[in-house]
Design a protein around this ligand. Structure first.
Ligand code: ATP
Length: 333
């Protein structure tokens, strides 16, 4: 059984159109899945749906199986128990996520106490341990958010996410607001914690290069759908879907200094969920679209080598579910 198994997930905001449309994803413990796409493609909506954090009135259909239990059909009491202890989320911009008037130690201890995981003295001890685990002195528990640097605040957010020993961490643009050096430190910290604690990680970013460097697998979203999914490095270096190719070309290649000077952008913007073009949603921006792309919707197809892509140029069989890449990996001699 997978740690996380998302099936045919569709999210429609109240009075709006579907921001996530029929997404299927799978994640095993100890593995890292990156979700990429331009602004507005539905990445954050997907992340919020995983923890039932969407605003009231939002319609969500499909299944989100966390350790086999469907988050979407849980009673609220169970949802509250699962948040922090089953899965927790790290948002971008820690300054806005932390409460400015409370010491960071108290904020880390709060979910521990709320979940009855320790006595106040035990929670204080655990808070110190968590701070040290994320590379901060335990004494920083007494600091207020404004007394910490951006990188230190993001470390506090990670400590908070780990407070109740979750099995899954969802990190939504965890390093976007940080400078490059601090970003690299935070990414290495996340990688180290995932490996040490056998966590599952979903990392969301518009930056394909960062995800390719950090994650095992990569899903590229466009207009609320996954348009390509597969082993991270292969998707980044040799994408099959024209959108994933364009997104990848927009970032400098790791280890290829020449590409730093020739990143290629993608003209236009992703569609508003209320005005998704018919056929393949990407066709108006696609440099290799065929006439049929304007009318024929594309489903994810098996693109070989444990990859799926939703493009008319990919000839494989329809593959709505991610393939058992992990099983294949485990079975390999
Ligand atoms: N609370 C909301 N009510 C209505 N529409 C929303 C709401 N939140 C997001 N949307 C819409 O849903 C779509 C997907 O937004 P979402 O934030 O999930 O995308 P994203 O890929 O995470 O973008 P970003 O990187 O900018 O956060 C957008 O068109 C957005 O305007």
């Amino acid at each position: 059984m997978s740690l996380l198994d998302v099936r045919d997930l569709t999210v429609t905001y109240a009075g709006g159109a579907a921001a996530v449309r029929g997404v299927g994803l799978r994640l095993e413990a100890g593995r890292k899945l990156g979700i990429a796409g331009e602004s507005g493609c539905g990445k954050s909506t997907l992340a919020l749906a995983l923890l039932r954090l969407l605003p009231p009135g939002t319609r969500v259909t499909g299944e989100i199986l966390l350790d086999g239990e469907d988050v979407l059909t849980m009673k609220w009491g169970r949802v509250r128990a699962v948040r922090w202890a089953g899965a927790s989320i790290v948002f971008q911009g820690a300054m806005h996520s932390l409460n400015a008037v409370h010491r960071v130690g108290d904020q880390i201890a709060e979910p521990i106490l709320l979940h009855g995981k320790a006595t106040p003295a035990g929670a204080r001890r655990k808070t110190g341990e968590l701070l040290e685990q994320v590379g901060l002195p335990a004494a920083r528990a007494g600091a207020y958010p404004h007394e910490l640097s951006g990188g230190q605040r993001q470390r506090v957010m990670i400590a908070m996410a780990l407070a109740c020993d979750p099995r899954l961490i969802v990190a939504d643009e965890p390093t976007t607001a940080l400078d490059v050096m601090v970003q690299a430190q935070i990414l290495r910290l996340i990688e180290q914690l995932v490996a040490e604690q056998d966590l599952g990680l979903i990392m969301i970013s518009h930056d394909l290069a960062v995800l390719a460097d950090t994650c095992d697998r990569l899903a590229v979203m466009y207009a609320g759908r996954v348009v390509e999914e597969g082993p991270a490095r292969q998707v980044y270096e040799d994408a099959r879907h024209p959108y994933a190719q364009a997104l990848s070309a927009a970032f400098p290649r790791i280890g290829d200094p020449a590409s730093r000077f020739a990143p290629r952008g993608l003209a236009g913007d992703p569609p508003d969920p209320a005005a998704v073009p018919p056929g393949c949603a990407f066709h108006p921006r696609c440099p290799v679209a065929l006439e049929s792309c304007a009318t024929q919707d594309q489903v994810l197809r098996d693109a070989g080598a444990h990859r799926r892509a939703a493009c008319v140029r990919v000839a494989g069989e329809p593959a709505p579910e991610p393939d058992d890449f992990e099983e294949a990996r485990r079975a390999a001699p």
